[in-house]
Write a protein that binds this ligand. Structure first.
Ligand SMILES: [Zn+2]
Ligand SMILES: [Zn+2]
Length: 129
């Protein structure tokens, strides 16, 4: 495996590149498979033929616009709308139940919103919180 940002060879269990400090999945300048330099916007490595995995779009979360999700969660998070929109039905239902039962759904929504905007939120449809 090679660093996609600087082309340095790495062990498979490394989480960040020791040379440039970038996370393993970040960067799109070098092929992760063979370390060859890629043309800008290349979808396949011309050196080894492996498909280039695009770096994750940081402006999106759960397929939705991150900023919009964050704001919805902060302002009307108690309704769980942001959870439903990101496919997290269980989290959404829990928020509605908690909002109706004791009014803390909005607090959970607020926490979600802050975490979304700080890149600390993980979309997980199997979890309740
Ligand atoms: Zn690197
Ligand atoms: Zn390659």
């Amino acid at each position: 495996m090679y660093c996609k940002n600087c082309g340095e060879q790495m062990n498979d269990n490394q989480a960040i590149c020791l040379k440039c400090g970038v996370k393993v999945e970040d960067g799109n300048k070098y092929c992760a498979n063979c370390g060859a330099q890629l043309n800008e916007g290349a979808e396949v490595c011309t050196a080894c033929g492996v498909a280039v995995k695009k770096a994750e779009d940081k402006s999106k979360i759960g397929g939705q616009d991150k900023l919009v999700m964050g704001l919805i969660a902060i302002f009307i998070g108690g309704l769980g709308i942001h959870n439903f929109m990101m496919g997290e039905t269980k989290k959404g239902i829990i928020k509605i139940v908690l909002s109706v039962a004791c009014g803390i759904g909005a607090i959970l929504g607020l926490i979600d919103g802050i975490r979304i905007l700080m890149d600390k939120y993980t979309v997980d449809a199997t979890k309740f919180f």
